[in-house]
Design a protein around this ligand. Structure first.
Ligand code: IPE
Ligand code: IPE
Ligand code: MG
Length: 247
């Protein structure tokens, strides 16, 4: 697939595409409650929005898409909701393998993967292995992910290296430490989107979003559409990014 041609066909400027889009997929519970349905129905509807979003980003030619699917704090939710989310996640991985292979998408996961139930870990390993050589887009799922934990994990690795004499603390730089974040090797998100109108970051990618453009929409995640995503990317392309400089 020729990514620049695809971006053009969506009315987007192919030379100014975000290299990485990160999404806080929020509002599944409220979507269901509005319809007097169980919250779990909201998560089911949300997984359809995930499919649409992955497909659209791939077609546009976005190199990395990170989806916040489960936070370290989400473990505090009722057991029945956690278990439904884990089952949905496994279903998603199993059912999307073909789509990922057909569209050259590589799956990656960030977060405390070891805390996930075995059925999810196995499906993740299987899908990651299967898609390991795909080059079209990285689909990065944030699972049992917390930005603070990620930074603590980085500190642990680097302090062990310092203790073993493998790094001189005086020479530690920003460029060095990013190699020990879960997102090592990926560009920082250019664009972060949150659905359902909440004006907060909820422990997502704390280091990486230092200069991301933020877009918050009132749309609840299950209603998030291909058209809205394209509108948001258009809005992004019209913003002036300054990175602390003057223009
Ligand atoms: C987002 O929807 C999905 C997860 C956090 C797993 P929510 O479940 O947070 O939905 P609301 O915020 O209660 O509406
Ligand atoms: C953020 O949503 C986490 C995910 C989307 C996975 P939450 O619904 O957990 O965030 P808060 O509780 O509103 O901050
Ligand atoms: Mg929420």
């Amino acid at each position: 697939m020729n990514s620049s041609l695809s971006a053009d066909s969506f009315g987007l400027d192919a030379s100014k595409l975000p290299r990485h889009i990160a999404i806080i997929m929020d509002g599944n519970g409220r979507w269901a409650e509005k319809r007097l349905m169980n919250r779990i129905k909201g998560h089911e509807a949300g997984s359809e929005a995930v499919r649409t979003t992955v497909r659209t980003c791939r077609e546009i030619g976005i190199p990395v898409l990170t989806l916040y699917a489960f936070s370290t704090e989400n473990w505090q939710r009722p057991k029945i909701e956690i278990s439904a989310l884990m089952t949905l996640l496994k279903k998603f991985l199993d059912s999307e393998q073909k789509e990922m292979m057909d569209n050259d998408i590589r799956l990656n996961a960030i977060g405390q993967i070891e805390k996930l139930p075995a059925k999810v870990r196995n499906a993740l390993t299987k899908t990651k292995d299967l898609t390991a050589n795909n080059k079209g887009m990285i689909l990065n799922l944030a699972l049992s992910y917390g930005g603070r934990t990620e930074i603590v994990d980085m500190v642990k690795i680097i302090s062990r290296m310092a203790k073993d004499g493998k790094v001189d603390p005086g020479l530690i730089t920003e460029e060095f430490v990013v190699n020990y974040l879960y997102t090592a090797g990926m560009p920082d998100p250019d664009l972060i989107i949150r659905t359902s109108g909440e004006m907060r970051i909820s422990n997502f990618l704390l280091w990486q979003i230092a200069y991301s453009e933020i877009f918050i929409t009132d749309t609840l995640w299950p209603d998030f559409s291909r058209e809205e995503l394209i509108q948001i990317i258009l809005d992004f392309q019209n913003r002036e990014r300054r990175f602390g400089n003057v223009y």
